[in-house]
Write a protein that binds this ligand. Structure first.
Ligand SMILES: O=C(O)CCC(=O)C(=O)O
Ligand SMILES: [Fe+2]
Length: 391
């Protein structure tokens, strides 16, 4: 006679904040492992620049497979020049190596939105430091007459000059940071066309919707960790999903980025020289009725050296959420910008989401974060945006 014992691996429950309140995920308590090439594939982006539509459609297929699977992939041959990246990284370090007083010249407290510098522990999820600058049409690499910006778009434009004024003492800062940002924006506008193809939409589907896009540049700085922090198992950036269409994430070679796999295990998105990580954001997931995955990720900086990363969040913020248009081709009523896209719905798979603008969407989540922050501060809690609530 034989008996079998099934050992069920232990799990913890992770609470994640979303625009609609907390959601819970089971996470295996096994140690993080390296990702496999299937989970986070390296996609060669050269066909992005091909004049042949067949090449671009082939690329779209690869991207679709990755977006449906883990929602994370690396891109190589992406077209952003290495010296543009190196200059941006040099400026990132020049900024964070300043005194606190100098960094506070562009404190986020001065911003009407989320521009500027945020010191360690200033949000729910991040003991790292960061600096952010948002879309401003005057720096758009696809130039547009500034006096022709539609009135309804103006309130969504969030770039603020104090970020550049308060860093003007750093030689080349504004030029080199914006050169990197502009390269990310140009790449994103090309990539979003491939995303359109990948969703069986016309290649130009998103074009008119990304004239004045959400295009947030961020510098993250993770200082070296101390023995004590490592002993306390404290993280660099707590578990979260990104909000917008997709993120281009340049990370240095230190490592620490981890992604929650489909089977609920943390896997390491190991740095690959010459690549940028792309991950799907919540708004993209929503647009395609959950077909593409906005995946939970975090940064564990267990290293004795500092780590830096430069994410670029690409979405769209044109404030047209109340304008409903008729799609002539499909005879469907849908919101031109923010409804679930028509190719991702069918009678068996009706839209799960109401139309909303990406700006409103982000606002929902940010206000929730900020309310939570107040509550948390009141409780003097130290938890990140996602917390283990039961083991
Ligand atoms: O630093 C990283 O690698 C990830 C940063 C990130 O996930 C974020 O800023 O949303
Ligand atoms: Fe992120």
């Amino acid at each position: 006679m034989s008996s079998t014992t099934t050992i069920t691996p232990s799990t913890s429950k992770l609470e994640l904040r979303t625009a609609y309140g907390p959601v819970f995920r089971d996470v295996l308590n096994t140690p993080p492992r390296d990702c496999t090439a299937d989970e986070i594939p390296i996609i060669d982006l050269s066909p992005l620049y091909s004049l042949k539509i067949e090449d671009r459609k082939e690329l779209a297929k690869e991207i679709r497979a990755a977006a449906v699977n883990t929602g994370f992939f690396y891109i190589k041959n992406h077209g952003i020049k290495e010296d543009v990246i190196a200059d941006a990284k040099k400026q990132l370090l020049a900024f964070f190596k300043q005194s606190t007083e100098d960094k506070m010249k562009i404190s986020q407290a001065k911003s009407k939105g989320f521009n500027g510098y945020k010191g360690p522990g200033r949000t729910n999820i991040s003991p790292s430091e960061s600096m952010m600058w948002q879309y401003d049409p005057q720096y758009d690499p696809d130039p547009k007459p500034l006096d022709a910006i539609p009135e309804e778009v103006k309130p969504w434009i969030r770039g603020e000059e104090f970020v550049w004024e308060g860093t003007s003492h750093l030689p080349g800062f504004k030029e080199e940071v914006l050169a990197y940002w502009a390269a990310c924006l140009t790449l994103s506008r090309k990539l979003v066309r491939i995303f359109a193809l990948s969703l069986d939409l016309a290649e130009d589907y998103f074009d008119s919707r990304t004239t004045y896009p959400g295009a947030d540049g961020v510098f993250n700085y993770y200082p070296t960790t101390t023995e004590e922090q490592r002993a306390k198992n404290s993280v660099g950036l707590g578990s979260h999903t990104d909000l917008q269409l997709f993120t281009l994430l340049w990370q240095d070679m230190t490592g620490g980025l981890q992604v929650l796999s489909k089977d609920g295990q943390w896997v390491k998105a190991v740095p690959v020289e010459g690549t940028i990580v792309v991950n799907i954001g919540d708004f993209m997931m929503r647009l395609c009725n959950d077909m593409y995955k906005s995946t939970v990720h975090r940064v564990y900086n267990r290293s004795t050296v500092e780590r830096v990363s430069m994410p670029f969040f690409f979405g769209k913020l044109e404030g047209q959420s109340s304008v409903s248009v008729v799609n002539q081709d499909l005879g469907l009523n849908f919101n031109c910008v923010e409804g679930v896209v028509p190719s991702c719905t069918s009678p068996e798979n009706p839209p799960k989401y109401e139309p909303i603008s990406c700006g409103d969407w982000c606002q929902l989540r940010f206000s929730l974060e900020s309310n939570e922050m107040k509550k948390r501060l009141a409780r003097e809690a130290q938890e990140p945006s996602a917390a283990i609530v039961a083991a």
